[in-house]
Ligand binder design. Structure first.
Ligand code: HMG
Ligand code: MG
Length: 351
């Protein structure tokens, strides 16, 4: 394996869409707006903020229009949303999008289960969305789901994936996002697919979208970077899943991806302090533990540190992360412990 990491990677945060679409706990519109506003200040350059699908199919995102109308728009951020058809596009344009994400699957059965149409019948629908979006000067990303395995049909042929990608490029999509919808791929499969895709579309913008069902997403991202891929979707804390793909767990966690990229010295421009805070925020709203290991590790260290401070009768230092020159979480914790020790010593000296 050639180990050559890119200088820079662009992360698209899909937590507000993929992350929430499968959740049964209702997140209030006010909370969604506050959460997306936090993400808008994190340095992330693209946020998929909701989904303009039928509310009966995805009730968790039935407030997409209100969310779109109410979020603060950071001019440095591209705001996209999932759009299945022209009805969805009309709603999305009213609510405000910079980019539309159309979607379909490489496998027939998942396509029918997810959007109630055959693959063949989906093309004209997407064609119309792309045409109207372009007339409104919006970029369009085309998601292809089940590019490795389908939850209903099993292994999906690379040729079947390429057939769908060819058609989507013909219809005019700008970016292609390849989805490991149920998180089954291993690096050798990523290699095989990207070998074919990068040869066929050498000058196209390719994004990888990995779900982390079996913990392979980080290994798969490292493989994809070796094929020159520098754009990845991820979700805060590892939230996510497709309700119409049984067995699909969350996306790769933004927190874990950032930890990897920082360690490899790959620039992202993302502030992991804000990512940690935003993850804690949504964890509290969903009232369940997020799966991201990096998030949970740091959270437990912070809780322990907080306990030390509480025990010493002092207050947790604010913004301690901003003072940290190093990037590794372990170093942050050592730093935090030292900070707290100083406070503790100061407190004792006043006694
Ligand atoms: P349908 O029932 O076939 O729709 O659903 P229809 O075109 O026959 O219309 C039926 C009624 O729905 C009509 O209303 C339409 O106006 C209305 P009526 O005349 O009966 O009053 N309608 C809509 N209403 C609101 N918004 C709309 C809309 N469209 C039609 N957009 C449809 C077809 C595509 C709408 C439905 O199947 C659907 O909403 N599916 C969404 C499923 C979904 O969101 N899945 C998860 C996202 S994909 C994913 O997670 C994978 C990804 O992350 C990548 C990866 O991981 O691989 C992207
Ligand atoms: Mg997905």
């Amino acid at each position: 394996m050639i180990v050559r990491w890119p200088k820079q990677v662009q992360i698209k945060e899909v937590g507000p869409r993929d992350g929430l679409q499968n959740e049964t706990t209702w997140v209030e519109t006010d909370d969604k707006v506050a959460w997306i506003n936090m993400l808008s200040e994190s340095g992330i350059k693209e946020i998929e903020y909701s989904s303009f699908v039928h509310p009966r199919w995805i009730p968790a995102l039935k407030d997409a229009r209100e969310v779109g109308r109410r979020i603060n728009r950071n001019p440095d951020v591209t705001y996209s949303a999932l759009v299945p058809n022209e009805v969805g596009l009309e709603h999305a344009l009213e609510a405000g999008i910079d980019m539309a994400s159309v979607f379909m699957s490489a496998s027939e059965t998942h396509n029918r289960n997810n959007i109630n149409k055959s693959i063949t019948a989906t093309y004209p629908v997407i064609g119309n969305v792309v045409k109207t979006a372009k007339a409104e000067n919006k970029r369009v990303t085309g998601y292809v789901s089940t590019v490795f395995d389908c939850p209903f049909e099993g292994k999906v042929d690379i040729d079947a994936v390429l057939r769908v990608c060819d058609r989507l490029f013909d219809l005019g999509i700008d970016d292609l996002s390849l989805g490991d919808t149920i998180g089954t791929a291993v690096p050798s499969e990523v290699e095989a697919l990207l070998e074919a895709v990068t040869h066929r579309y050498p000058n196209k913008s390719i994004i990888m979208h990995f779900h982390d069902t079996r913990g392979m997403a980080i290994a798969n991202i490292m493989t994809a970077m070796n094929y020159g891929i520098t754009r990845f979707d991820s979700s805060l804390g590892g939230l996510g899943g497709c309700p119409y793909a049984p067995g699909a767990a969350g996306n790769v966690a933004t927190n874990d991806l950032l930890y990897l990229l920082q360690g490899l010295d790959v620039a992202t421009g993302v502030d992991d302090h804000i990512i940690q805070d935003a993850s804690s925020f949504i964890q509290a709203k969903l009232n369940k533990q997020l799966p991201s290991r990096s998030f949970n590790y740091l959270e437990s260290q912070l809780n322990q540190a907080n306990d030390h401070v509480q025990a010493a009768g002092a207050e947790m230092p604010n913004h301690s992360f901003e003072l940290v020159p190093q990037r590794k979480r372990e170093i942050i914790y050592v730093f935090l412990k030292n900070q707290l020790k100083n406070q503790y010593d100061k407190f004792r000296s006043k006694e």
